[in-house]
Design a binder for this molecule. Sequence first.
Ligand code: G3P
Length: 224
Amino acid sequence: MRLFLDTANIEQIREIVRMGVLSGVTTNPTLMAKEQGISYRDRVVEICEAVDGPVSAECTSRSVDELVIEAREVAAWHPNVVVKIPIDDVGLEATSTLAAEGIKINMTLIFSANQALLAATAGATYVSPFVGRLDDAGHDGMEVVRESVEIFDRYHLPAQVLAASLRHPRHIIEAARAGSPIATLPYALLKSMLKHPLTDIGIERFLEDSRSYEKESARERSGS
Ligand code: G3P
């Protein structure tokens, strides 16, 4: 499973790129609103130059014609840009036009396997079920990931499930076990994958033991 970061923060992205585990980035207007002093376009281009992989940038137009124009503009920002479009009748119509032009779409705000199937059929390259928001509403959000992966596999649909709105470490494992080819994670969640108290204790113990071993060797060398 490929890991994407769900952020518009360039420092967070650069740090995870250096760790060698980042395959792409997803952004949205809410994440961009946290960034100051830079336009959405400039930040997306900056991210594209920092990451070797797809970078989703969201469109906000609400008519088919405007959405198609906006998406073409956004797609032209950089070859790695994937245009993010929310699913509804307007979004689907725009997606079918844009996909025919070779523009890659990440269809977002997916809350059911039926929506996922429509997105894939219209030509979206990535389909993003929002797991955490479904859990918040009392549903089993991961079930939409499981069902979508199964449907895409069974009918050989080329769209890829991009598990989104993931909130805790078990979500990542469950998305991986469900066969989701991609998961997008907030920075803190990705960092939490790294942490285990036994690793910290083990590192500390090895350090202490190596210090006492070095002390012993130094004593032997000085003959005392
Ligand atoms: O990629 C989707 C994500 O940004 C939504 O996450 O936590 O706002 O539901 P959340």
